[in-house]
Design a binder for this molecule. Structure first.
Ligand SMILES: [Zn+2]
Length: 496
């Protein structure tokens, strides 16, 4: 009996081993095929379906104007095969802001508007940037707005208010992420000495870059690069206002890929942050141009994907829609081609006209030169004339008509939108669900209906990182904090 049992056991064990040997590699192969080693998350701030579509139409109009034939009249972001539709509400509002939306996308938690990396009751939660870093991957955070702005901050900071720029930026060095790039820091001037010292102690090299310098940054373990010339809010210029020598979001993306590519794998978040700002200002040409600038950055990720198709995951989405943009029947972006500067830059021209006490006749050539508005219809002329009066006149302005913007500027951009058969519904964010497109390893998991909190959880799953979201912060710091410098040495350094 015993002998039979032993033989049986031996046979069963052997069978099991054979089965394991057969099943083993299959299981492992499936896991490998699913695992994303290189992950890109592109966030077009304020970029709903209509913003993507007007970007596409501008691309077509630009090609036509240059006599080019497009092989594919689709944006790169809309060529990605997997499509999802994402809801964006926050904990305290149907209409989210970029802080709550960024926190949802970075931490997998629905929080209140204005909060960064925290639950509504103020508990800090881990961001996927921190989780992915702890799993041994490299991390890069890029944005065309300041790096302490709500969306990028959501990936490394934990603050009750998105407006605490100084507190936010002071959390950057401790993130230990390998690459920060794009805009500057709004909290920089307040924290300059302390922050520069902290960043230096944490091993960061800071660079103010031109387009040329960006392509050849000296070697460094950890890089914090910002565009040399910054516009309002310490952001990069709108792509429409950018001079050829200035760095692009695509340039920063390429630079981050070069720096982070390697055996560790990486996670890179790229935000097209000023799409939102242009939408707030109902500035359709500037919005469409910044959508194309984000699409060019996606092109860099696509080139990388072509070399590593089995291990790369690219996701493109938005944090929310801004402006309630509607494209109507005959929407055509040809009308956008005449605008050569953003509404921001044009508003400075209007301020100059005001200072010079110019009259409406003086203003018209300026409107023609910068906004491309010539051959005015009677109605357009009347709208511009009323707006000019409101611009020049001090005192109360019609908020419903002009928002908080310069009346002549906003009227120009509204006329351009109308000529393109498009219409803005508001100056703010909307509750619309936003599109998500994806390609690559585990991309299928982003298909269909989803909420913004699902995105980071699915990214971790794609990367085979087993952390449940939302994840509590570790009780002790993950790594020893940099040794505090004594006052004496700080003084010496200052003197030196
Ligand atoms: Zn916004």
């Amino acid at each position: 009996m015993q002998r039979t049992n032993r033989r049986l056991t031996a046979i069963v064990t052997m069978l099991a081993l054979v089965l394991l040997a057969v099943a083993g590699p299959t299981v492992a192969e499936t896991a490998d095929a699913l695992r994303a080693k290189y992950v890109f998350l592109f966030i077009g701030d304020g970029m709903g379906e209509a913003q993507r579509e007007i970007g596409r139409r501008l691309m077509v109009a630009q090609a036509q104007a240059e006599g080019k034939t497009l092989t594919e009249a689709k944006l790169r972001m809309d060529r990605l095969p997997v499509r999802g539709l994402m809801t964006t509400h926050s904990a305290n509002s149907k209409v989210t802001d970029s802080a709550a939306a960024g926190t949802a996308l970075a931490c997998g938690v629905t929080t209140n508007n204005g909060m960064i990396g925290m639950t509504p009751d103020g508990r800090a939660v881990r961001t996927i940037g921190e989780i992915i870093r702890d799993a041994g991957f490299h991390v890069g955070i890029l944005s065309s707005v300041s790096i302490d702005h709500a969306t990028p901050a959501s990936f490394y900071a934990h603050q009750k208010s998105r407006n605490s720029y100084a507190d936010i930026i002071l959390q950057l060095p401790a993130s230990d992420f390998q690459y920060f790039g794009g805009g500057g820091a709004r909290g920089w001037s307040e924290t300059k000495d302390k922050l520069a010292r902290q960043a230096w102690q944490a091993g960061y090299r800071r660079f103010d870059v031109t387009g040329e310098l960006l392509a050849s940054l000296p070697p460094a373990q950890k890089i914090w690069a910002q565009a040399e010339e910054l516009h309002a809010g310490a952001a990069m210029p709108y792509d429409l206002d950018r001079r050829a020598t200035q760095p692009t979001l695509a340039g920063f993306t390429q630079s981050a890929i070069q720096r982070l590519d390697g055996e560790n794998g990486f996670f890179i978040m790229v935000e097209g942050g000023k799409i939102d700002w242009a939408c707030h200002a109902n500035d359709i040409a500037t919005c469409a141009t910044d959508v194309l600038a984000l699409d060019a950055a996606i092109g860099q990720a696509m080139d990388f994907y072509a070399k590593h198709p089995d291990e790369t995951l690219i996701i493109v989405t938005a944090d929310h829609e801004t402006g309630g943009l509607k494209l109507k029947d005959k929407a055509d972006a040809t009308a956008l081609l005449g605008q050569t500067v953003s509404a921001d830059v044009f508003a400075a021209q209007v301020a100059r006209l005001r200072d010079e006490k110019a009259n409406f006749a003086d203003a018209l050539p300026v409107v023609g030169k910068y906004m491309g508005l010539t051959d005015l219809s009677e109605d357009e002329r009347r709208q511009l004339s009323d707006a000019f009066d409101a611009s020049v006149a001090a005192g109360k302005r019609d908020k419903g008509l002009y928002g908080s913007y310069d009346p002549l500027t906003i009227t120009c951009t509204k006329i351009i939108a109308a000529r393109a058969d498009a219409e803005w519904g508001s100056f703010g964010h909307t509750a619309q669900a936003v599109p998500l497109t994806a390609i690559g390893a585990a991309a299928e998991t982003f298909k269909g209906d989803l909420d913004n909190v699902d995105v980071p959880a699915r990214i971790l799953k794609a990367m085979d990182i087993k952390v449940q979201l939302p994840a509590a912060m570790p009780a002790a710091p993950a790594r020893p904090a940099p040794a505090p410098e004594s006052d004496e040495s700080a003084t010496q350094k200052k003197a030196a």
